[in-house]
Each structure stands twice: as structure tokens, then as C-alpha cells.
Design a binder for this molecule. Sequence first.
Ligand code: PLP
Length: 369
Amino acid sequence: MIMKVPYNYLPMQFENYESIFSQWRELIGTAEFTLGPYVEKFEREFAEFIGCKHVIGTNNGTDALILALKACGVGPGDEVISVPTTFYASIGAIVAVGAKPVFVDIDNRFQMDIGQIESAITPKTKALLPVHWGGASPRMPELIEIAAKYNLSVIEDACMAPGGRVQDKHAGTHGNVSAWSMHPLKPLNVMGDGGMVSTDDDELASWMRIYRNHGMVDRDHNRIWGVNMRLQPLQAIVASNVLKTVSDSVSKRHKISSIYDDGLNALPDFVYVPKRLKDYRETFSLYMIKCESRDELLKNLVSNGIDAKVHYPVPLHLQAAAKPLGYKRGDFQVAEDYAKKIITLPAHQYLESDQVHYVLDKIKAFYLN
Ligand SMILES: *Cc1c(COP(=O)(O)O)cnc(C)c1O
């Protein structure tokens, strides 16, 4: 018998929207449709949640990255070190501010390989842009040490990191500025687009706050040429509601992921489960493993009703968009191997344990029968 194991949990998550509707009615009554009290309230709540001084809401995660890069003074002629294993936006944002992305390979946890950063640094290097890929985190304390040694800014792509930890701090609070996304498929999501930047630096914060809103200090005064990157109050209300559930949903994802880990670690000839660091808390935004015969396994799982995915089959240095950077096949072998073997299993907070065991049974049957 086929059991449905969906990847998309949004219809379940937003099933009870009445309370959000009633808060929206309140907002509509005030007609505060740009920035205002609901955005400020969410900014304070998220700052408290991650333990950071300043949070500034933006319209999405990509603009949050662009805002963070610009705040750190990254522009034409600069190089920014990042990874070929991430979503396009991490690299698109670097290019959008006129800088050049420089890749280093990933490690066996699918995160930026800290050991490769130093040899990628040139006199043009301005910043490091580590990604909390899948909701796991790179080795941030070591990365921060390298950045300090070479006087580089650290802009964290923390889009998948809400609810994560790196040692004694929330993930995404180690660098100079972090960018977050509230796209529907992130651990903290809204009903559309949303994002934010966070920082402990007062000067960076106040620059980002005014750049996000046309560079205005008030209606009649323009300090810098800025743009409109504002978070919408309607989404800020959703974000405030969802924020209350993030810790709980990450805990549920942890339970499901540890069932997967145990089951899959028993198949070492076919499946590679990344190591979980003891003092790191992953969000399991994407539950990813490497596996043999990935494309056949994917077909098999899908035909059994399991909505498995691939994030992503082509590493960024081999994408058409990366042609001008001059990379070639073989330059980042771990990332290339990852792209061939990676698979993402549904691991969201609405799965039942029989669904999780069904996925494991199908994977075992695929390799062992
Ligand atoms: C989702 C995501 C982004 C982009 O965020 P948007 O809100 O969709 O613009 C950037 N980087 C990573 C790692 C992401 O997961």
C-alpha cells in the first residue's frame, strides 16, 4: 500500500488562520501599511529570540543579503568568499552589489570547508559569506578567527537558521551582519515573502535601517540614496505568530531526523549521513543525505508516494550563470560529489512517525532487496 509523505506542510501549518485574520483586521483598521508598530514589534521579538541587538525587517532574504553586503562596504572590485553548495541567492546577492564571488569547497557536513578559506584569500577579499546550509552551520568560531586575522567582514546567510545554535549562541549571531529569509519553506516563514538582517553593530544597524527605506531620516530629509526593501506589516503579523512556534517545530524536526539518522546509519554501504556536531543545533530545514544510485532512489521514493527532493543537482560553479567566473568541473570535488548524491527527505513537523518509518522501509527495500 502506498502512503503519501508530502514535502509541503503549508496547508497544515496555516490551517487555523482565523487568529491571523483577526490581527490583520486590526491592522487594516489602523491603515499602517508601511513599516510601523507591527514591523517594529516583530523586529524586537526576533532580536530577543536570537539574542542580538538589532533586527531590521526586509521584503525577502535576497534583499537582506544585498543590504548586509552593502552595509559592510562590499562593492565593485571586491571579492567575497562563499560556497558552490547553496541557493542561488547567496551568490546572486554578491554579484548584485558588483563584487566577485570566490568559491571554496564544502566539507563532509555539506558546509563551507573552513580549512580552505585562507588559500582563497587575496588582497581583494573583503568579506566571507558562510551559509547555514540546510539549517546546519559551518564551523563559525574557527571562521570568525580567520576573518579577524585578515580583517574581513562576515556576512552570514542564515536564511535556514532560525531555531539553530552554534555552541552557546543562536546560529547567525557570530558574524558582523546576518541575513534571514521568511520564504514559506524556511523554519520561520510567512504567507509570501519576508526577511530581515541582524547585527550587534549600532552603526551598521542605523545605516541598514535608513537604506531599507529610501535613505530617509524622515519624510523631508534624505541622508543617502537608498531603496525600498521594507517588510510588509501584514507579513510581520504572520511572522510574530509563527515565531512562537519555531522552537517547537525545530524540536519535532529533531525527533524525526534522529529516527532517520538511526535507520540510515545502518546502511553505510549505500547512504552517507553527515556528522552531527555535539554543541551545534541544526534546524533540519533540509534533511539531507548522500546516497548511491540517487536518481534511481529518487524515482523509487516518488513512485511510492514520498515527496523527496534534490537541493540541488548542479553545483553553482558549474551553472551557466557562473561562466564568467571561469571555474571548471573538478574544481570543487566535494561539492560535485554532493550534487550527484544528495537527496532531501521530507522531515517537517507535521509528519507522523509511521510516515517516517515508511520512508526508511522504502529506502531499505530499495538497497537491500
Ligand atoms: C531562501 C534562501 C535565500 C533567499 O531568500 P528569499 O527570501 O527567497 O529571497 C538565500 N539563501 C538561502 C541559503 C536560502 O535558503
